[in-house]
Design a protein around this ligand. Structure first.
Ligand SMILES: [Zn+2]
Length: 130
C-alpha cells in the first residue's frame, strides 16, 4: 500500500467522500480564513453585488462556517471548494469537498516584484557644443 496525502478512509460521518453526507445546492470556491476549531473552518470569498441606486457593482465578501472533514483537513490560506449540505450544526451548512491548488485571484495578495538592477548604466552625455 502506498500512502497518499489524502487518507483513503476517515471516521467522519459528515465527510462527503467517505461518510454519508450528501451535498446538494450551491457550491463556492473560497479561501480558508480560520481553521482553529476541530473539523470546522471559516471560508470566505468575494462576490459582486449590484447597487441599484448607483448602478454599479460593489465588492462584498461572504463568510461561512464550513465543515472540515478529517481527510481533507484544510488549513488557513488554502483554496477550497465548498458545497451546500444539510445543516450540520447551528452555523454549518456547508462542507469542504476538495482542495484547490491553483491560486485564487480574488484574495488580494501583496506581491512586490521589484527588480533591482545592479548594473549601472552610464548616462550618455551628448555634446551639444559644435
Ligand atoms: Zn473522508
Amino acid at each position: 500500500m502506498v500512502k497518499k496525502e489524502t487518507k483513503s478512509e476517515c471516521e467522519d460521518k459528515n465527510c462527503p467522500i467517505h461518510g454519508s453526507l450528501k451535498t446538494r445546492g450551491r457550491s463556492f470556491k473560497g479561501v480558508v480564513v480560520s481553521s482553529k476549531a476541530q473539523k470546522s473552518a471559516v471560508v470566505e470569498w468575494a462576490r459582486l453585488r449590484k447597487d441599484k441606486k448607483y448602478e454599479r457593482y460593489e465588492k462584498r465578501r461572504t463568510k461561512v462556517q464550513v465543515h472540515n472533514p478529517e481527510c481533507i483537513n484544510a488549513k488557513e490560506g488554502d483554496n477550497v471548494i465548498i458545497s451546500e449540505c444539510r445543516p450540520l450544526s447551528k452555523t454549518k451548512q456547508f462542507v469542504i469537498t476538495s482542495l484547490v491548488k491553483d491560486k485564487v485571484k480574488e484574495t488580494p495578495t501583496k506581491v512586490k516584484t521589484e527588480k533591482k538592477e545592479t548594473k549601472k548604466q552610464p548616462k550618455k552625455v551628448e555634446n551639444k557644443s559644435e
